[in-house]
Design a protein. Structure first.
Length: 390
């Protein structure tokens, strides 16, 4: 029988949940704005909320970011943009890659901004907009060295001139994407190519359909933080909004995401007994085991088996045995007061101790981006706000 002995946020559907601290996201955005220093005019901030805001919940997070000073949102696809449009009625939302032709009508009808990289994409969007009797907002993406998505730099001016000739299109920005955003030499090399593209098209004197100056943007989180020359008119910030860095814990930002589960079963085993699928872990002493209902179906990688730790009653404890689809075991022998219903924190802070998502990333030779996105599979989310700095 599970009892909820500890005071903690909890889901009414499962004894396992992701907890999102919205005040941390507000604080992180404030810090990011301070990175821009006294630049005038200050670069606008495009908040990247793709993949359900990196697993944090796009609808709730987008609303907070817009209220806290972000002026643009960015997503990966038309369906992501349309979902956010329901709660962000007036904010510009950029789809960061070319969209399939069959989704263009939806994108234009939902006032989503479209990325273009070629003549065929430009003409397809103009054709759909003409049929809808609407004007489509477009952004030209230029490949300055990542060689993934974007037009060749030497083609950029030609494509801009084509867009300007089409009354169904409204060009909003020219942008590119950094390959190694934390490396100054690489960023500077791409920025030089980007700046040349802008100069060749006389970007400073160009105006869009409303007579406003075009926007240029290149910098992502790391570049916006460390390399002021890359900021231009707008910075696209993603991971740092959520208090995360790719492979290390941030010294200045506050992680917004925690992963917790309640103990739903406790049992004792003797020294020499083995546990879990494959019986891969054997007790070296009489051991008390606590089970929580979180597994690899929730996005916790099976390769973390017998490697990850948790926090219980302010103490670090070890996960033991193979992580299964819906369950995992912890050795709670050194927390004798633990009972069913107590909360184990897998990611997050408790009594001054913190386990960061970056620790998992290092163990798995991956990045926190991937791991945060995995946790959105089926875990319910609880949204909280800290008060008085607590």
């Amino acid at each position: 029988m599970v009892t909820h002995r500890q005071q903690a946020a909890s889901s009414v559907r499962r004894d396992a949940w992701v907890e999102i601290d919205l005040s941390a996201i507000e604080k992180n955005l404030s810090i990011i704005k301070n990175w821009m220093g006294t630049e005038q005019p200050a670069p606008q901030i495009m908040a990247v909320v793709k993949s359900d805001a990196y697993g944090h919940g796009a609808a709730q997070v987008a609303e907070v970011l817009l209220a806290s000073g972000a002026t643009w949102l960015a997503v990966a696809s038309v369906d992501e943009g349309s979902q956010i449009r329901e709660i962000a009625s007036g904010a510009p939302i950029l789809i960061l890659s070319p969209s399939p032709f069959w989704a263009l009508g939806t994108a234009i009808s939902d006032s989503l901004d479209l990325t273009v990289t070629s003549i065929s994409e430009i003409e397809a969007i103009a054709d759909v907009a003409r049929k809808l009797r609407m004007c489509a907002r477009v952004h030209l993406k230029v490949d300055t060295g990542m060689h993934r998505i974007g037009c060749p730099p030497e083609k950029a001016k030609e494509l801009v001139e084509l867009i300007e000739k089409l009354p169904e299109l409204d060009l909003k920005s020219i942008y590119s994407h950094l390959a190694i955003a934390d490396d100054e030499e690489s960023v500077r090399a791409q920025n030089n190519i980007f700046s040349t593209v802008l100069k060749d098209m006389d970007y400073e004197s160009r105006k869009n359909a409303q007579g406003a100056r075009l926007i240029a943007h290149l910098a992502s989180s790391d570049a916006a933080h460390h390399f002021p020359f890359s900021r231009h008119d707008l910075v696209r910030v993603g991971l740092n909004l959520y208090g995360l860095e790719a492979t290390k814990n941030s010294k200045t930002l506050t992680p917004a995401l925690a992963l917790r589960g309640r103990i739903n079963h406790i049992r004792d085993i003797e020294e020499g007994e083995a546990v879990g699928y494959g019986l891969t872990w054997t007790a070296k002493r009489p051991t008390r085991l606590g089970n929580i209902p979180i597994g690899y179906a929730d996005g916790v990688d099976r390769k973390l088996s017998s490697r990850l730790q948790g926090l219980l009653s302010g103490k670090l404890i070890n996960q033991v045995g193979r992580i299964s689809m819906d369950q995992m075991l912890f050795d709670i022998t050194d927390v004798p007061e633990a009972q069913e219903g107590d909360v184990i924190t897998l990611i997050g802070e408790e009594n001054g101790l913190r386990i960061g998502l970056s620790e998992w990333a290092v163990m798995l030779d991956t990045i926190t981006y991937e791991l945060a996105c995995r946790l959105r599979v089926r875990l319910p989310r609880i949204y909280t706000r800290r008060r008085n700095g607590q």
